[in-house]
Design a protein around this ligand. Sequence first.
Ligand SMILES: Cc1cc2nc3c(=O)[nH]c(=O)nc-3n(C[C@H](O)[C@H](O)[C@H](O)COP(=O)(O)OP(=O)(O)OC[C@H]3O[C@@H](n4cnc5c(N)ncnc54)[C@H](O)[C@@H]3O)c2cc1C
Length: 860
Amino acid sequence: MKSHVKAVVIGGGVVGCSVLYHLAKAGWTDIMLIERSELTSGSSWHAAGGFHTLNGDPNVAKLQAYTVQLYKEIEEISGQSCSLHLTGGVMMADTPERMDFLRLAHAKGRYLGMDTELITPSEAKAMFPLMDETNFVGAMWDPVEGHLDPSGTTIAYSKAAKKLGAEIVLRNRVVDLTQQPDGTWNVVTEQGTVHAEHVVNCGGLWAREIGRMVGVELPVLAMEHMYLLTEPMPEVEEFNKSTGREMIGVLDFKGEIYTRQERNGILLGTYEKACKPWSPVNTPWDFGHELLPPDLDRIAPSLEIGFKHFPGIEKAGIKQIINGPFTFALDGNPLVGPVQGLTNFWCACAVMAGFSQGGGVGLALSNWMVHGDPGFDVWGMDVARFGEWAGLRYTNAKVRENYSRRFSIRFPNEELPAARPAQTTPLYDTMLANNAVMGDSWGLETPLWFAPKGKEPKDIVSFHRSNDFGPIGEEVRATREKVGVTEIANFAKYEVSGPGAEDFLNRLMTNRMPKIGRIVLTPMINEFGKLIGDFTIAKAGEDRFMIWGSSAAQKYHMRWFEKHLPKDGPRGSAVRIHRFDQTLVGLSIAGPKSRDLLQKLVDVDISTEAFRFMDFREMAVGGAPCMVNRITYTGDLGYEIWMAPAYQRLVYRQIKEAGEEFGLVDFGMRALLSMRLEKNFPTWFRELRPIYGPFEGSMDRFIKLEKNDFIGREAAAKEQAEGPKLRRVSFIVDAADADVMGDEPIWAKVSKDYGTVEKPHGYGAPRFDDQGKEVRGSQAAEGASAVRGIVDGDWRVVGWVTSGGYAHYVQKSMAQGYVPAALAEDESAGLFEIEILGHRRPARINVEAPFDPSGEKMRT
Ligand SMILES: Cc1cc2nc3c(=O)[nH]c(=O)nc-3n(C[C@H](O)[C@H](O)[C@H](O)COP(=O)(O)OP(=O)(O)OC[C@H]3O[C@@H](n4cnc5c(N)ncnc54)[C@H](O)[C@@H]3O)c2cc1C
């Protein structure tokens, strides 16, 4: 065993071996994988070996597609077979709602390069004759599904990595990790200490314990999972013989089961409602190549439906029941990337579908470690997406909820109840008393909308307009015409201070920093010139800046800030960063009467001249020390008022009292999002993401190339000089009773080719084509693939929706999304359609914001 390596990968499951292979492939060959026992000793050896490309997050779906394409490569390099069976598979819908869900998934596939198809139950039965097709209303076919040998695949990765120079040490447990002052690690093992620059936690079932070695409680939990194998079935053999094909994989949402052919019998697994965590607090180190006792009673309800839907299987004898543990994060997606607050400590764990996701996880993580960036939009699996609130008990409740809902529909207006309320502001009880319907915003209870008095404050979940439609309209109209108040504690808030603060922010942000008492809006981009943040920054004092951003990105942004701190940070004097989280809360008042209202509560002049649009001031509001921004996301005259939590009730109560004479209403997050739509304002994580350049995102006026050098400046200058490939645009849609939700395809009637329709996914780092081959440069930018259903006569899919909804004040259904820039700028190309729940609705690009296009109202 070497005593010094560049990186140690802890854990020899499918994920650790994939990370090792990808690191070696990227050129880091001085690396070592350390495994406690034999390879596959965690959950990898007893997996059912199924793989598929579909995922609720389109970016994770793309990485799953990469994983499937990778298997041929590692077989070739290693000489080890993965026993790949690319059978294809179907998802069966038993209700119209489920069919809507499949239509949405199919529509997304149009610009993601996925070749899915909606088919009838009879067509599905022809490929899996054991089903009773009368239980279903429709299905979606995905050709990129199948199964493989889990152990063979893990070994193939490991052999391929070894061939490239990586070392694998077996039967050697990592018992401790200690960090050196220079940021490198001492990896203490049963066989001695290895010094490494980087450590990767691929501990699978023990990832939590490895996290604890460095003081981190990772939000990951193992769940028991069962599948059964039948005796050989004559029907299966008969089908194979008569068609020359294997039976396909089938996913039955209603039964919460997946099933497929295994040898000449059937494999059937369940995600049962009565799910069970395994070792909820500590994973025993002596758990070996073991299975757990089967518990048929637990999966009986699923089996009952399963046997009704697939009567052919009921007759077969059960040969074996496998019950084994494997890990999940709160939302079922992996935890990947560098852990904020630590140096060179990386995670690739909570991978619940190692054989669909392991390759993509390995590629993204190795890019990140070697090139400093994952090269893809990996937000959906970034370890930074959960906050401190996701502790052991919270994780336990959420993972159980996620597991039991694995095959349930999540409606766009559906809030999930587990582990709530977690964090609350001092106004929580008041908001409930006001009949608020609350939502979870990064672990914080936040008012979404207010139900009328006497009505139960509860969403009726639906893909269509629902019971919140009327009340949100009321909130919007009252705010736009009089004045409204809303909680804004769910923004991220930071203070950056010290003599180096301004230089630091100038280096990170694309816009100039404001003068004292003024505010700017500014994007943040990475070296590749892609959007990684969007902030409101106020200069509060000589060396002091207040920053507001996206709540969910707090850890993601802190990680970036810390990475770029001057060398005497983070505890040095030049630049200090403080994240407030819920130690600073806020209220926003907006609408034409908001100034009159605020003036009643303050003892300073806040007239238009004295307190201008985009001014920042510290002042007492109702006697409470506050920071006030003259800015609002609604696009009206309005203010954001920030205070310590101890003052929030006082300020709110006084706003309510003072507002009575002006007709003040409470409004929630949904009204706020509706109002920003009619101002064409973008949102972080929907319109603005690390796959878009700032000019593509139509953020042109915030990019000051002529100011000092800043991170990504060169790439942004190039984007501007060459012209953006895409453009964010806003649409007005002739919708019926359903508005866009995000991710819908945009069609256009075009007489010429305006360029790519495939959604950009990677940048900077390697990308892959349909055959899994790496593509670079212009070839990568084209990313073209023969996708089924992107052309229909003169109509083509030209882009995708990022978000939208009903803009209540202007009474229009609106959408924002990306289309090729040339098309966005071609005024003659006017005919668009947006596909909502399978129906293409006419849409028009809308250049000027429909509400107050000149911005006069917010400036008055
Ligand atoms: C019944 C069942 C069916 C499944 N079916 C499928 C399926 O069809 N498709 C699919 O994609 N996935 C399936 N899975 C999930 C799949 O098994 C996991 O996604 C995958 O195994 C995760 O791999 P991993 O490498 O992250 O973790 P693990 O396989 O748990 O590997 C972690 C490794 O780290 C080692 N380790 C831990 N701590 C240390 C330490 N301190 N020092 C040294 N070594 C350490 C362990 O010994 C272990 O070998 C199934 C799982 C189960 C249980």
